[in-house]
Design a protein. Structure first.
Length: 125
């Protein structure tokens, strides 16, 4: 296994597919990174040289926000929406879909977790 940016990546898959396992990097971005570094997208993980792995470890964090940094940015955006009391912020705080999806037939899994938290046992005196 290759260890790039605190993520274990598989050796036997093409590097374009394995880079997309890193949080914040998708298929398109992984292909663009390979093109920028001059690495073939069909090259497998175990065929990478140590210098290519080092280039990936250096250039990706400098150019893109990934992993914990990206998760922090997303969390800050959601908190800002909640503080401003926008419609999307209220939906985020309630744990409901924010982009107009129906909640009658789908999104039940989200509501199940929320309902379990809201139900409080009654106190007997």
């Amino acid at each position: 296994m290759i260890y790039i940016l605190s993520t274990n990546l598989k050796d036997n898959k093409p590097i374009a597919k394995t880079l997309s396992k890193i949080y914040g990097i998708g298929d398109w971005l992984s292909k663009q990174i390979c093109d920028d570094l001059g690495i073939s997208i069909s090259l497998k993980g175990n065929q990478l040289s140590p210098s290519q792995i080092e280039m990936l470890n250096q250039i990706i964090p400098q150019t893109y926000s990934i992993g914990v940094e990206l998760q922090g940015e997303i969390r800050k955006r959601k908190e800002r929406l909640v503080i401003v009391s926008t419609y999307r912020g209220i939906r985020h705080s309630q744990g409901l879909p924010t982009r107009g999806q129906r909640t009658h037939g789908n999104a039940r899994t989200v509501r199940k977790g929320r309902l379990a938290v809201l139900k409080m046992p009654s106190k007997k005196i």
